[in-house]
Design a protein around this ligand. Structure first.
Ligand code: ADP
Ligand code: MG
Length: 318
């Protein structure tokens, strides 16, 4: 038995363009090792290839090249065993609206061949705070409840690995906390957890190891502490569209100064905050970010690339 819960080698995915559309190279041949017992974050902006990776592991998307194994079982040679060792909470909330949570878990358990006396339907419903909704139609559940129900569904066969793809989308803060409490509890009991997110803070808070994926490539993969240390103590320079006469109040908690009338230079360390918080504070001040720069390590470039992608997406969405 390998020490890795998941091993991915040279994984490549090309989505074939249909109806004259261009082919899309979604994964460029990634390698990834996810150790047993870890709380692993796959961090990257929208479109980076996170769901593609997860969906290949789930058997929902066919890979183009490369290999992957789950708990030592190759997904091609041993798909049944591979799938038995993994529970996946998909990004999309796809539901059969007329099943109740109880029925949904029972059907799922049946599909995985869990015998009736071994089923943990009520325990799972309690664990995700849905016991009082056990017999309600699923379509009446809120987004957060649906997400938690999908977590319970992913765990019916008690897999050693749980993967959550962007689990906080549509989940309010209080329920998000309950979701994390349950995920942390599973982790304490030995479940390997993998979560994808495009929020750096979320990965930082929860994960012991973080891989950063961008444009279908893994650009960093290391223990969270080490990663944070490498990005510690930097000066980030944010160029804005507006003319500044003072540092905006939203940046009061940072060490920051105005330079050349339209640049904010912010001193950052692990203790004082991260790039995401700075960007948010700048946006909260109503400023338009034109450019972000720093003279730091490769890894910093990676983060800036990531965060500037986020800003571009935000601009594009507005
Ligand atoms: P992420 O989950 O990191 O946001 P995805 O894995 O969903 O990224 O997508 C990676 C890239 O592949 C994106 O450019 C996306 O548009 C493209 N893509 C995803 N699914 C499909 C599909 N079914 N057909 C064509 N392109 C796809
Ligand atoms: Mg996704």
């Amino acid at each position: 038995m390998s020490k890795n819960a998941i091993e991915i080698r040279g994984l490549k995915k090309i989505y074939k363009g249909r109806g004259g559309a261009e082919d899309k190279l979604a994964l460029k041949g990634i390698d990834l090792e996810i150790p047993q017992g870890s709380m692993f974050g796959l961090l990257g902006p929208n479109g980076a290839g996170k769901s593609t990776t997860i969906n290949i592991l789930a058997g929902l998307v066919n890979k183009t090249e490369g290999s992957a194994s789950i708990w030592g079982f190759d997904i091609d040679d041993n798909p049944r065993n591979a799938r038995a060792n993994i529970g996946i909470v998909p990004q999309e909330l796809l539901f059969d609206a007329f099943f109740t949570p109880r029925e949904m878990l029972e059907v799922q358990a049946g599909m995985y061949g869990v015998k009736p006396h071994e089923r943990r339907t009520e325990e799972l419903l309690k664990a995700v705070h849905l016991f009082d909704k056990a017999d309600a139609y699923s379509r009446t559940l809120s987004g957060g409840m649906k997400r938690r129900l999908l977590v319970a569904k992913a765990m019916v066969h008690n897999p050693p690995i749980l993967i959550l793809d962007e689990p906080t989308a549509g989940v309010d803060i209080e329920l998000r906390q309950q979701l994390w409490d349950y995920v942390r509890e599973l982790h304490r009991r030995g479940t390997t957890i993998v979560l994808t997110t495009h929020y750096l803070e979320e990965a930082e808070e929860l994960c012991d190891t973080i891989a950063i994926i961008n444009h279908g490539e893994v650009v960093a993969c290391e223990p969270t502490k080490q990663l944070l240390k490498r990005i510690d103590e930097k000066e980030v320079i944010i160029e804005v569209a507006e003319t500044l006469d003072a540092v905006p109040a939203t940046l009061a908690s940072f060490t920051a100064e105005v330079r050349e009338t339209n640049k904010l230079a912010v001193q950052l360390s692990q203790a004082t905050g991260n790039v995401g918080q700075v960007l948010r504070a700048v946006q909260d001040a109503g400023l338009t970010i034109n450019d972000i720069s720093t003279n730091e390590t490769d890894l910093e470039d990676i983060f800036l690339q990531l965060t500037s992608d986020k800003v571009k997406q935000k601009d594009a969405a507005e």
